[in-house]
Design a protein around this ligand. Structure first.
Ligand code: PRP
Ligand code: 7HP
Length: 188
């Protein structure tokens, strides 16, 4: 089973469900009458955003943008790129960027800068997980699900080498597996 690779569950399915419901209600109240555009950052945020928008009982639009910086491993390459851009214009729209995690801050610092140049009516950020100890570049999220310590976590959209995104909880991988996978990832 996929869950056997996890050393311990950091955030349970129940805790995720409760937090998403609470965030969705708060965000919906803040955006009432504004028809926001929810921008989901691929791929990690997909599971979170699918649950979050169903907890927001207001009219909204959704669009997707893909960035990459981590490649296949656990250490950021440091170079952020947009791999796939939004379909819609954000000019004059109330934009809410939804992301799974802010770690060093490089991805979101870059992405928010790019989006802010496109003339949105407002631009806010919602992240499920925040690892403040790892921050290298400033990023201020308007909505945060959970602050977590400096563990490499998987599940609920988050991957290690593209695996584990479909775990229904957020957990810490078994260290031996992590090391083995790192070696495997380094094989030519
Ligand atoms: C992950 C995550 C964030 C970013 C956070 O994306 O989804 O976008 O890393 O790290 P940072 O704060 O150090 O920049 P990744 O590039 O691994 O792509 P993915 O969402 O497709 O997994
Ligand atoms: C990116 C990322 N992906 C999965 N797990 C983590 O802990 C991560 N931090 N930054």
């Amino acid at each position: 089973m996929l869950a056997d690779d996890v050393e311990r569950v950091l955030i349970s399915e129940e805790a995720l469900r409760a937090k998403v419901r609470e965030l969705g209600a708060r965000i919906a109240a803040d955006y009432a009458g504004k028809n926001p555009l929810v921008v989901s950052v691929l791929k990690g945020a997909t599971v979170f955003v699918a649950d979050l928008i169903r907890a927001m009982d207001i009219p909204l639009g959704i669009d997707f943008i893909a960035t990459t910086s981590y490649g296949n491993g656990d250490v950021s390459s440091g170079v952020v790129r947009i791999l796939m851009d939004l379909e819609s214009s954000i000019k004059g729209r109330h934009v809410l960027v939804v992301e799974d995690i802010v770690d060093t801050g490089r991805t979101l610092n870059y992405l928010l800068k790019v989006l802010s140049t496109r003339g949105p009516a407002s631009l806010r950020l919602c992240v499920l997980l925040d690892k403040p100890q790892r921050r290298e570049t400033p990023v201020k999220a308007d909505y945060v699900g959970f602050e977590i310590p400096d563990y490499f976590v998987v599940g609920y959209g988050l991957d290690y080498a593209e695996k584990y995104r479909n775990l229904p909880f957020v957990g810490v991988l078994k260290p031996e597996l992590y090391r083995r996978q790192e070696k495997e990832a380094c094989k030519p």
